[in-house]
Design a protein around this ligand. Structure first.
Ligand code: NAD
Length: 298
């Protein structure tokens, strides 16, 4: 049977490292700050935002939630983002998705200052991902990458199949593993004969949002199976996209749902926010020494 990749344990370990970095920043007078912009009253979003605020508190980050009713004019939300761009107490800004239908998501995401785009959804950061020079890796695929690293799973030269091609999970996942020189295929809802692709995977990442989409015959013996899916069954149970009980008998490593990728996503958001604060501090120090006419020696 497969070894279980314990996302709760890895997330705890990563967060311990983050706590030390936050202490380091605090010693230099900086408290990393995350701002969440939320529009409307999507119940799932409220739960996710609550988790982000709680995680910030646990690791020592400042966080603030800017909530707007669903009928707020877009200009008002844009102004709030601009104010956060200029706020030195805020190092990371995210717009909680999905937005109510009449908002222009791209306009809001493109309004975020590049140095504070901790979800990595600004087109500049998407472009960085394409050329393998990512500043802020999108949190869910970043979490998967860190899980693979912690399990000591090599990526270079491996056959990777990503099932799901969304802009927030599937596509950035594929690009990140391509940057690590895996051979990557991306499958999606229009893919014919999905199993012909999945069976080739040394590493199979599934992010489709379909319970039991991946069954044991679709998985190569010894494959690493990463299940990003989160599905609520009619009986209330939370399951992934992989038929876990059957596939774990064939895989070498597998992530459970819950307790796999889920705990990593929020963790990586903290990581991106801390990195943003560190970079902004470096920049301030640099500007300070240039302004004082001193030579900068690093
Ligand atoms: P999405 O709906 O935006 O995209 C789903 C993708 O899967 C699409 O590209 C679609 O073509 C593909 N797909 C759908 N049905 C398919 C099928 N039968 N065969 C092959 N491909 C199929 O979803 P998303 O935002 O990318 O999220 C995917 C899943 O991951 C959802 O269950 C979501 O809840 C979960 N998710 C989890 C986390 C986490 O932190 N663990 C984060 C984000 C999303």
């Amino acid at each position: 049977a497969a070894k279980i990749i314990d996302g709760v344990a890895v997330a705890a370990k990563v967060r311990a490292g983050y706590r030390a970095r936050v202490e380091g920043l605090k010693a230099r007078g900086v408290v990393p700050g995350l701002a969440v912009v939320m529009v409307g009253e999507n119940p799932a979003s409220q739960v996710y935002v609550g988790n982000k605020v709680k995680a910030c508190r646990e690791v020592g980050l400042h966080s603030e939630v800017h909530s707007f009713p669903a009928d707020t004019p877009q200009e008002e939300v844009l102004q709030a983002i601009q104010a956060l761009n200029a706020d030195p107490a805020i190092h990371g800004i995210i717009v909680q998705l999905p937005l109510p239908p009449h908002y222009n998501m791209r306009r809001l995401l493109e309004a975020i200052d590049l140095s504070k785009d901790v979800d990595g959804f600004h087109l500049y950061n998407v472009g960085g991902l394409v050329i393998g020079e990512t500043v802020f890796p999108p949190c869910t695929p970043y979490g998967v990458q860190v899980l693979l690293e912690h399990a000591g799973i090599p990526i270079e030269g491996q056959n990777v199949v990503v099932v799901g091609a969304s802009n927030i999970v599937g596509k950035p996942m594929a690009l990140m593993l391509l940057a690590k020189e895996a051979t990557v295929a991306i499958c999606h809802v229009k893919t014919r004969e999905l199993a012909q692709f999945t069976i080739l995977a040394d590493i199979l990442v599934v992010a489709a949002g379909r319970p039991k989409l991946i069954t044991a015959p679709m998985v190569k013996r010894g494959a690493v199976v990463i299940d990003v899916g989160i599905n609520r069954l009619p009986d209330g149970r939370l399951v992934g996209d992989v038929d876990f009980d059957a596939v774990k008998e064939k895989a070498s490593w597998i992530t459970p749902v819950p307790g796999g990728v889920g705990p990593m996503t929020v963790t990586m958001l903290l990581g991106n926010t801390i990195a943003a604060a560190e970079r902004q501090l470096e920049r301030t120090l640099l500007q300070g020494s240039v302004a004082a006419g001193r030579t900068v020696i690093d």
